[in-house]
Design a protein around this ligand. Structure first.
Ligand code: ZN
Ligand code: ZN
Length: 136
């Protein structure tokens, strides 16, 4: 499988690079077409030309169709390129962009924190690899 890399962050709802112990993860989620008119990519609403990053909804630029943030994001696909922190396997995988709130151990802060997690399993050793996003 050859994953398509985004040519700019603009194409993505989400893009991250993480180092996880001895492994690493690059993950990105492409914006997808409006399910109603299929003409434009759904994106965060804009105000005076600026994207409102914290908006809780996505809007179609062509027909103004609006979807709540979670509802839209749950239909998307996460593209992941990784080096497994457990067995060093290098792989690529696609998983649903479904984030769960979980308690994870934060290496930087050396304590448990609540984070939104996209979890997937290494294709070789089957162990969990988490892409975490700290809650603010
Ligand atoms: Zn539309
Ligand atoms: Zn592995």
């Amino acid at each position: 499988m050859a994953l398509k890399f985004p040519s700019s962050v603009e194409e993505c709802v989400y893009f991250t690079r993480r180092l996880i112990k001895d492994g690493k993860v690059v993950a990105w989620v492409f914006k997808e077409l409006c399910p109603k008119c299929k003409k434009s990519l759904m994106g965060k609403p804009k105000e005076k030309g600026k994207v409102k990053i914290r908006a809780k909804k996505y809007v179609c630029e062509s027909c103004s169709y609006t979807l709540p943030k979670e509802e839209y994001e749950n239909t998307l696909t996460t593209n992941v390129q990784y080096t497994c922190p457990h067995c060093k396997h290098e792989g690529e995988i696609q998983v649903p962009f479904k984030r769960r709130k979980m308690q994870v151990f934060d290496e930087e802060e050396q304590k448990k924190i609540t984070a939104e997690v996209v979890r997937f399993q290494c294709q070789k050793c089957g162990q969990n690899i988490d892409i975490t996003k700290k809650m603010k």
